[in-house]
Design a protein around this ligand. Sequence first.
Ligand SMILES: [Zn+2]
Length: 149
Amino acid sequence: MLNTYQPPLIGCQRETGSSFALNAVIEADLVTHITGKPELILTPSLSGKGQTIARCPKCHVAIWSNYTGGGPFLRFIRVGTLDQPDRLPPDIHIYTSSKQPWVKIPPNVPLVDEFYELEKYWPTRSLERWHVIAPKVQAYKASQDPTCI
Ligand SMILES: [Zn+2]
C-alpha cells in the first residue's frame, strides 16, 4: 500500500457523484480480482486525459481507478469497497480548496489545498515502492500524445 487520500476536488465530486472519495494507492500488479473481470470505463476528468474507472461487472460499483499521474501502474482502490474499510483512514486530505463547506477535516491528518509532493508526505517504505515503479510511470507518460485528450 502506498498511501490513502481523500480528494474532494469539484471535478472529482462530479466524477464520483459524491463530495469526496477515499482511495488507497497500490501497485496495479498487486491487485487481484477474486471473481470476474471489472468493466473498464474511460470517463472524463478535469485534466482532460480521462480516468479509467473499473466497475464490478455485476453491480457496477466503482472498485478502482487509473489516473494519468500513475498510468496503468497504479490503482486507486475505492476504500469503501474493501472488506475492512475502517482499517484505512485517510493519510492526507487533498484538493481541500474545493471541498464542500460542510465537510470538516480532522486536525490530526495533513491537508493540502491541491495536490502534494509525495516525498514530503509518504512514509519511507511507500516511497521505496514508488521509486521502483516511477521509471515505468515516467516512460508511460512520455509515450502519451500531449496533444491528445
Ligand atoms: Zn459487484
